[in-house]
Design a protein around this ligand. Structure first.
Ligand code: AVI
Length: 339
C-alpha cells in the first residue's frame, strides 16, 4: 500500500531522530580519571568503588535481570503505578499549563518506559539522555518507527554532573522524567543538588518533573530485594570487581569476595558491600591494598524515602507544587513536581 507522505501523525520530522554526543570526546582523559578515582577509593580507610562502575556490558545485562526478579519489586511496582495513574499524570501536567511538553528522559536506556507515556503525554519533542549515545541510536530509531511524527533528539551526556542541554532541545515546557528510583543512588545532599540543577533556569530549565521513588518499608522485604535467592544481585555486585580489573588492571579474584546487602535504618538506606572471605592483597599498577578477613568494600547506597521526606526535598529544590501516586501497599511512589 502506498501512503501519501503528508498524513498528519505519519510524517517523520526532518532529520529525526537527531543524536548529539556530549560525552564521546576526551576518552583517554576519562580513562585516566577513572583509574585515579578507583585507586583512591580502594586505598581509602573504608574502601569503596563508585556504583557507576556496575554498568559495563555484563553489568547492564545483570541489572536488567534484577528488574525481573520476584524479590526486586521496584520495577514492576512503578510500572503498575504508571499504568493505573497515567491519565491523572497527564492531567497534572496540563494543570501546570503545559500542553505539549518537551519530555526529557534521564537515563533513557532502551526508552521503554517513555514509550508507555508518550501516547498519553503527547510530547512535542522527546529527548532521551544517556551516557552511551550508541545505545541511544538504536532505541531512538525504534521509537521513531512507533511514533513517526515525534521529534526525537537523543543526547549522550553524563547528566549526573551537569544538565545544560544542547540548543537543539526545546527550551520551553520541559518535563523531566527520572524513573526507577535512581535518585536513591545519590546521597540526600547529592539528590538535592541534582533536583536543583533540573529546576535551575541556567541548567535543566524544567517546568516539571516525573520522579520514581522507592519508599521505606519492612527491612526483610528491602534486604531480600538486594540479596535475591538466585544470586543475581550478588553476581551484579561481584561483576564490579571484574570491571575494576579491566579498568585499573587490578587482580581481584571474585571467588575471594562475598556479596553483602544490609538496610541501615538510621540512614534509611540499603548498603551493598563486598566482603573479603580471607586475607587478600589486591594489586594494580602503582598500588596495592591488603584486606583482612571480613573487611568490606562499600559499593552502593540505595536510599529509601518517605512520602514526606521526598516532598520536602522537592520543595527545597525549588518545586512549588508536589503531588504523588502510590501502589496499594505504599512501597513505591511516582511524584509530579512543578515549578
Ligand atoms: C539503579 N538503581 C535504582 C538500583 C537500586 O535499586 O538502587 C540499582 C540496584 N542495585 C542492586 N539492585 C539494584
Amino acid at each position: 500500500m502506498n501512503l501519501p507522505l503528508n498524513i498528519p501523525g505519519l510524517t517523520r520530522p526532518a532529520a529525526s531522530p537527531r543524536l548529539i554526543n556530549l560525552y564521546g570526546d576526551a576518552l583517554p582523559s576519562r580513562q585516566a580519571s577513572a583509574s585515579a578515582e578507583l585507586a583512591r577509593g580502594l586505598s581509602a580507610a573504608t574502601a569503596s568503588i563508585a556504583p557507576k562502575y556496575f554498568y559495563n556490558a555484563l553489568g547492564s545485562k545483570l541489572f536488567e535481570a534484577i528488574t525481573g526478579l520476584q524479590e526486586y519489586y521496584p520495577t514492576r511496582t512503578e510500572a503498575g503505578i504508571f499504568s493505573a495513574h497515567l491519565a491523572d499524570m497527564a492531567q497534572a501536567v496540563a494543570d501546570a499549563g503545559i500542553r505539549q511538553p518537551c519530555l526529557i528522559d534521564l537515563g533513557a536506556g532502551n526508552c521503554a518506559k517513555s514509550a508507555l507515556l508518550i501516547p498519553t503525554l503527547t510530547p512535542r519533542q522527546y529527548v532521551p539522555v544517556d551516557i552511551s549515545v550508541e545505545f541511544l541510536r538504536q532505541a531512538a530509531e525504534q521509537l521513531q518507527t512507533a511514533f513517526p511524527a515525534l521529534d526525537i533528539v537523543g543526547v549522550g551526556m553524563d547528566f549526573s554532573a551537569h544538565l545544560a542541554l544542547p540548543t537543539q532541545v526545546q527550551a520551553d515546557d520541559r518535563v523531566f522524567f527520572y524513573p526507577g528510583s535512581s535518585i536513591g543512588n545519590f546521597t540526600p545532599a547529592q539528590a538535592l543538588a541534582f533536583l536543583q540543577r533540573i529546576a535551575r533556569a541556567d541548567q535543566g530549565q524544567a517546568r516539571g518533573l516525573l520522579l520514581g521513588v522507592d519508599l521505606v518499608k519492612d527491612k526483610a522485604a528491602l534486604e531480600a530485594a538486594y540479596d535475591d535467592t538466585l544470586g543475581v544481585t550478588a553476581a551484579f555486585n561481584k561483576n564490579l570487581l571484574l570491571h575494576v580489573n579491566e579498568l585499573l588492571q587490578a587482580d581481584f579474584d571474585v571467588r575471594q569476595w562475598q556479596h553483602v546487602a544490609l538496610f541501615d535504618e538510621a540512614q534509611s538506606r540499603i548498603e551493598m558491600h563486598l566482603q573479603a572471605l580471607s586475607e587478600v592483597t589486591v594489586r594494580w599498577p602503582g598500588g596495592q591494598r591488603a584486606f583482612t578477613r571480613g573487611e568490606r568494600i562499600h559499593t552502593e547506597n540505595s536510599y529509601k524515602y518517605t512520602l514526606e521526606s521526598m516532598t520536602a526535598l522537592l520543595r527545597q529544590a525549588g518545586f512549588r507544587h508536589v503531588e504523588h501516586w502510590c501502589d496499594p501497599k505504599h512501597w513505591f511512589a511516582v511524584f509530579w513536581a512543578a515549578i
